[in-house]
Design a protein around this ligand. Sequence first.
Ligand SMILES: Nc1ncnc2c1ncn2[C@@H]1O[C@H](COP(=O)(O)OP(=O)(O)OP(=O)(O)O)[C@@H](O)[C@H]1O
Length: 330
Amino acid sequence: MTDPIIEVRDLRREFLVRGTSGRWLRRARTVVKAVDGLTFSIPEGAAVGYLGANGAGKSTTIKMLSGILVPTSGVAHTCGLEPVRDRSRLARQIGVVFGQRSQLWWDLPLSESFRVLGAIHRLSPAAQARRTDELIERLDLGGFISTSVRQLSLGQRIRGEVAAALLHSPRLLILDEPTIGLDVLSKERLRNFLVEQRQLRGTSLLLATHDMGDVQRLTERVIVVDHGRSVYDGTLPGIAELVGAERIMVVQLAAPVPPLDHIPDTRLVGVEREGTQQRLSFVPAETTAARILELVGQHAQVQDLTLEEPDIDDVIRKLYLRTAEESVQS
Ligand SMILES: Nc1ncnc2c1ncn2[C@@H]1O[C@H](COP(=O)(O)OP(=O)(O)OP(=O)(O)O)[C@@H](O)[C@H]1O
């Protein structure tokens, strides 16, 4: 088995925040535990969404994993390296994009930034030309490759940032809110590009985002943090199960029947088309779609059915609320 691409054990990072408190506005110092004992491991080739409410500790984790910030204690290994100590070796193996902050040279056109980055990563002229051409084509950068970064629109700049992060074909791509502020079309283009790159090159991905569309499209596993601790590590459907999110079965019936409000472990949430279409809500942990279909079949002839999945934003909201309630109780 190959070594994990990211290995985090009991990782902690505290910040000392100076402020004033009390009636006499005395100077006070408080310790903020931004990351508070995180443990997880990500195998090479995986794509993981890193989720959490504002201030949960996502960016702090990413900064420690990419060598920008020293941990207070614990272990963080990225590509088998110690991020701060081995920062320049690590830089050759990872690409990082912070959606809110530019990593590009503001006054240079993208083409120049790529030249500088190619030299930093010691790419051969042939490799540099090949990869730059590929990224210009795939990310559609041709129209503004010679424009200085400060004059680019947000969507153009982000595409440039992603290209810059991938120029040296890193093993691991770390993205911190890459699609924030992008319009629907730009988001979709960027997601398609990232899916394609992962398929072509097997690049591992760690993606911190609030955008569930990003998570659904790009990742197969999610880690959710709250107050610097991991509160969930698994699949997105697993979160729906954990918070007891309901699915809805919509049945089309051959003839009108009275409301199906007596089917065990279901809740009737709609009777439409004069009783020929009925909507039954259920919690997957309590019953199954097959069982409901069987029970409905005893009262009516089912012609067709569809299943509506719970809204994922709603599911995440429920998880955050649940963890907030648990931390108030403990
Ligand atoms: N340099 C710093 N000095 C003091 N406190 C900090 C510093 N950086 C982060 N924090 C605090 O650490 C906590 C975690 O912040 P972090 O930026 O990692 O959260 P986040 O999950 O990325 O949030 P968001 O979704 O809003 O980007 C917050 O309470 C934040 O105020």
